[in-house]
Design a protein around this ligand. Structure first.
Ligand code: THU
Length: 161
């Protein structure tokens, strides 16, 4: 005998960046600015992230690649590890992430990779506070998730240890 469980996940979709509330739009614009400093000579896939903390501090990051490919790091983790290293006790409220590439126009939201989801989840669990994820491509719609848990069902957390 077995049964099926369903895990619901939910995203809010905005057709245009201008439809966002000001705080979210401003964070996304800072992510776009950070994207311009991405170091991505190998993939030519440029990612920017901007993270808002509860005390109003904003930390940005971008992807940093390396000739030894696995040594690089995604924009989201550059930002979140920087935030945690500099402000270890401050809750993280939201992270905006965006990307562009030279080869095509990205018109669907960039979605954080599995390792970044796991890394972001760590701080959601640590602070017992959901982190809002705001995702956009180079143009087109914006997806907002109220929590990392929407992006990572059955999350492995410290509670399992
Ligand atoms: N990348 C990010 O920075 N964030 C993501 O969410 C997806 C992928 C980076 C890693 C690598 O430098 C390049 O994009 C191509 O995978």
């Amino acid at each position: 005998m077995s049964k099926k469980i369903k895990i619901n996940t939910e995203f809010e979709v905005f057709d245009y960046i201008n439809d966002l509330q000001k705080e979210d739009k401003d964070l996304l614009l800072l992510a776009k600015k950070a994207m311009e400093n991405a170091y991505a000579p190998y993939s030519n896939f440029f990612v920017g992230a901007a993270l808002l903390m509860e005390n109003g501090v904003i930390v940005t990051g971008n992807n940093q690649e390396n000739a030894a490919y696995p040594s690089g790091l995604c924009a989201e983790r550059v930002a979140i590890y920087h935030a945690s290293s500099q402000h270890p006790d401050v809750k993280i409220k939201a992270i905006a992430v965006t990307a562009r590439t030279d080869s095509k126009v990205l018109n669907t939201p960039v979605s954080p990779c599995g390792s970044c989801r796991q890394s972001m989840s760590e701080y959601e669990v640590k602070f017992k506070t959901p982190i809002k994820i705001i995702m956009m491509g180079q143009e087109g719609p914006v997806y907002i998730s109220a929590s990392i848990s929407n992006l990572l069902p059955l999350t492995f957390t410290s509670e399992s240890l």
